[in-house]
Design a protein around this ligand. Structure first.
Ligand SMILES: Cc1ncc(C[n+]2csc(CCOP(=O)(O)OP(=O)(O)O)c2C)c(N)n1
Ligand code: SF4
Ligand SMILES: [Mg+2]
Length: 298
């Protein structure tokens, strides 16, 4: 059944954290707990969200939470799933909440192993497209052209020269029971995907675009707008994979010009027309692949 905003509990399970104003990752965590509820145990690998929520004694999660080693979130979730089975705890939701670096780079093998084992957990990658907690270094999910401290843009350099890895496809390749992409720009879509994931047994993964005002260079009040523009320009996509089928949740006839998204962020301000053409060409190729997936049943 579709989630309605008015049905969400008033009770907050994440508050008093020290994230920057407008932090997309903090929005994702707050919304996740609204849907998943008090019987949630969160595993947080080293990241912005683990740092800003666990400044003792001002702990911000009002559910059980555990900070894991950077590569180990999904392995810890597997251990917790075994403990739940041993104690016959069936009403607990195990939630991994990791950044892009902690997921697509150092955490990928532990995530792959846990998904392969078929343990019952939900893994959320909040994607702010760089290692923000340690000072904005690039990750395997940093987009083409972005400035970071390890992809400098002086002397007309383009910034990041590679394209984002595709976590959605990586999870699909595991034949995971459910995975989806989402954006803080579409909170209802995110809430519904959280609810669906909560009710499916086995491993589930959500990849959520989570703008970061500090690392992306936009105003804190623009987080949701930027999250929407990413989707409307086709640079991010909303899709689900379930029972071997891909569904595209938002498929515009025409994308907005990518400049509308790029121009609002300081990390892209050095880009010229040639770079923008590269970004658009890559976007169109990615959409062709996505549409092919959506037309196929496994
Ligand atoms: C093995 C190991 N290497 C490096 C670090 C330092 N470290 C802590 S958080 C972090 C960046 C995390 O980036 P990401 O997962 O994208 O989360 P974000 O901070 O962007 O929210 C790094 C490199 C660490 N804690 N452990
Ligand atoms: S640096 Fe970015 S991800 Fe980290 S707390 Fe600030 S806004 Fe959130
Ligand atoms: Mg990050």
């Amino acid at each position: 059944m579709a989630v309605k905003i008015k049905d969400l509990p008033d009770k907050e399970l994440l508050y008093g954290h020290k994230a920057c104003q407008g932090c997309g990752g903090a929005i994702v965590a707050r919304l996740a707990l609204k849907v998943l509820g008090e019987r949630t145990c969160v595993v947080l690998p080293a990241s912005c969200i683990s740092s800003v929520t666990t400044i003792y004694p001002q702990m911000a999660f009002f559910v059980n939470s555990l900070t894991s080693a950077f590569p180990a979130a999904a392995a810890v979730l597997s251990g917790m799933a075994a403990a739940c089975r041993a104690q016959r705890l069936e009403d607990v939701t195990l939630l991994g909440f990791a950044g892009d670096g902690g997921t697509i780079d150092i955490g990928l093998q532990s995530l792959s192993g846990a998904v392969e084992r078929g343990d019952d957990f939900l893994y959320i990658c909040y994607d702010n497209e760089a290692y923000m907690n340690t000072g904005i270094q690039r990750s395997g999910l940093t987009p083409y052209g972005a400035w970071t401290t390890t992809t400098p843009t002086n002397n007309n350099a383009v910034g990041e020269k590679k394209f984002k890895k595709n976590l959605f496809e990586i999870m699909m390749a595991h034949r995971i029971p459910y995975c989806a992409t989402a954006s803080v720009g579409y909170p209802l879509d995110l809430l519904n995907k959280l609810a669906k994931a909560r009710d499916i047994r086995g491993p589930k993964a959500l990849h959520v675009l989570a703008p970061c005002p500090t690392g992306w260079g936009h105003g804190p009040e623009k987080t949701v707008e930027i999250g929407r523009l990413a989707v409307e320009t086709g640079l991010w996509f909303l899709a689900e994979y379930e029972k071997g089928q891909v569904k595209i949740n938002y498929n515009p006839k025409k994308f907005k010009p990518v400049q509308e998204y790029l121009i609002r962020q300081k990390r892209f301000r050095h880009l010229g027309e040639k770079d923008i053409a590269v970004i658009e060409e890559h976007r169109d190729k990615e959409w062709e692949i996505l549409k092919k997936h959506a037309g196929r049943v496994e």
